[in-house]
Design a protein around this ligand. Structure first.
Ligand code: CTP
Ligand code: MG
Length: 243
């Protein structure tokens, strides 16, 4: 129905340290990717879902297919993985959401808030949370460079939502996607991402400066499973939901 969601799961999960892709690591007996796809399907039962998987993977692809999603081999970086998925997205999609599989517990209301903002005419939508810690800058030597005013900061989450043509356009401008001889979108494999590009919305600020990035409320439960301690939190959230 004109809505596609890319769930990026092609990372290696180095910081989690399970010796397997993070999206395969079990949480309460189920792989993180399966939980993420259920969270997405609950919010968007009719959206087309594209999952990026590591090269050579069979297990994550099987999980994707079992959830009615489409599996695509990702790239060396998250940005390249998103480009691989965009090349596979049906050109008819009006909106594209990009979500980290590692944020598998994202509540449905965050996803629907992003879609609602797109439906209201926003073209780039990012869920955010206030920063709770006091944040301090450091110089190149690691010496203190003073406290940063956190009231002017927000922590960024996913899913981020975009007008599909806009996201494709900024990926092309960034050199992450190009048109092949047949006029089909193809991912460009590079060694490094464009500098300073750490999420999808930062491509908008770099390459489509006239397009405002709209913020919506994120959620504590959309946290990204990154280190082993995050699994403790994730298990506690699931337990809480079961009661
Ligand atoms: N990701 C991806 N392709 C990559 C790198 C990351 O699809 N080449 C995905 C991950 O699978 C994850 C999300 O992007 O769902 C956020 O990345 P991160 O939390 O850094 O996951 P990993 O890269 O797997 O973890 P690490 O950096 O610890 O290796
Ligand atoms: Mg990573």
């Amino acid at each position: 129905d004109g809505l596609a969601i890319i769930v990026v799961a092609a990372g290696s999960g180095t910081r989690l340290g399970y010796g397997m892709p993070k999206a395969l690591v079990p949480l309460a007996g189920r792989p993180i990717l399966g939980i993420a796809l259920e969270s997405v399907a609950r919010a968007l039962p009719s959206a087309r879902i594209i999952v990026t998987v590591p090269a050579g993977d069979t297990e994550l692809s099987a999980i994707a297919v079992a959830h009615g999603a489409h599996a695509v081999t990702g790239g060396a970086t998250r940005a390249q993985s998103v480009a691989c998925a965009l090349a596979a997205v049906d050109c008819a999609a009006t909106y594209v959401l990009v979500h980290d599989a590692a944020r598998c517990l994202v509540p449905a209301r965050v996803i629907t808030a992003v879609v609602a903002a797109l439906a209201a005419g926003e073209r780039a939508v990012v869920p955010v949370l206030p920063v709770n810690d006091t944040v301090r800058g450091v110089d190149a030597q690691g010496h203190s460079a003073g406290t940063v005013d956190r009231s002017g900061l927000r922590a960024v989450q996913t899913p981020q939502g975009f007008d599909a043509d806009l996201l494709v356009d900024v990926n092309r401008q960034a050199g992450l996607l190009e048109l092949d001889d047949q006029g089909a979108l193809t991912p460009v494999n590079r060694v490094a991402d464009p500098e300073g590009i750490t999420d999808d919305a930062s491509l908008i600020e770099r390459f489509a400066r006239h397009v405002p990035v709209t913020l919506v409320a994120g959620h504590d439960e959309s946290f990204k499973i990154t280190r082993p301690f995050d699994l403790v939190t994730a298990r506690a959230v699931l337990e809480e939901r079961a009661h």
